[in-house]
Write a protein that binds this ligand. Structure first.
Ligand SMILES: *[C@@H]1O[C@H](CO)[C@@H](O)[C@H](O)[C@H]1NC(C)=O
Ligand SMILES: *[C@@H]1O[C@H](CO)[C@@H](O)[C@H](O)[C@H]1NC(C)=O
Length: 216
């Protein structure tokens, strides 16, 4: 009896882990997002399948070069459930990333997705850092045609180390991967995190923290 209870408990834990490991499984052929529906669910409410069309599964324009004239020198063009409502409940999305020479995609994490990135043009230095048990940094230089994986939730970055522009295509294991850019979240929150807290966290002076916060 006790062993049955243990097995049952184990099964429950396994199911819960499965649910949180990726987007939920879809229970029907289509659940095309209805962005105007005011009902809140985990994901987006499905629209009436009778009014679904091929355009709900379509996006055009990923050939367009992103504008990298910004302080970090990169631009992400996402293709997720916002751009393609047919991705709702399917657990997958894409992004094009353009990099100016020496441009970076700054350290960030995707709370809901693993990312697999393919270099289409140029040379990128990429890396990710494991969690606090080790904070181990893995880095690699990628050329055109090379592929690299950033595991779910880990802080990662890319830098264009070639002489011309670089382009990459990223696939992500969520319809809505989310992005937390570390610098923006820590120094650009609204309202600000107190300089006391950040000065202690970064082991530096409050004036330095205030200077960084002013940039965000
Ligand atoms: C959502 O509402 C806007 C404004 O009323 C409308 O233009 C748009 O077509 C609607 N989208 C869908 C998917 O129904
Ligand atoms: C690119 O972005 C910059 C800064 O926002 C802007 O001034 C410029 O006009 C944009 N270039 C194009 C081609 O859209």
């Amino acid at each position: 009896m006790a062993s049955k209870a243990i097995i049952f408990g184990f099964l429950i834990v396994t199911c819960v882990v499965a649910v949180f490991a990726s987007d939920p499984n879809h229970l029907q052929d289509l659940c095309v997002a209805d962005p105007n529906n005011t009902v809140k669910v985990n994901g987006v409410v499905c629209k009436d399948p009778k009014v679904v069309t091929a355009d709900d599964f379509f996006f055009s324009g990923l050939d367009k070069v992103g504008n990298t004239s910004n302080p970090v020198g990169s631009r992400v063009s996402p293709v997720n459930v916002v751009q393609v409502p047919g991705l709702n409940t399917l657990g997958i999305s894409l992004a094009r990333v353009d990099y100016a020479p020496w441009g970076i995609n700054p350290p960030h994490t995707h709370p809901r997705a693993t990312e697999i990135l393919t270099v289409l043009e140029g040379t990128l230095l990429v890396g990710f850092v494991t969690s606090n048990t080790e904070n181990r940094l893995f880095t690699k230089v990628l050329e055109k045609g090379d592929v690299f994986v950033f595991p779910i939730g880990l802080v990662h970055f890319q830098q264009n180390i070639g002489h011309g522009p670089a382009v990459a295509l990223a696939a992500l294991s969520s319809q809505n991967p989310g992005v937390i850019t570390i610098a923006n979240a820590v120094f650009g929150s609204k309202p600000d995190i107190s300089t006391d807290i950040l000065a202690k966290a970064f082991q530096t002076d409050k004036s330095i923290i205030a200077g960084i916060q002013a940039k965000f």
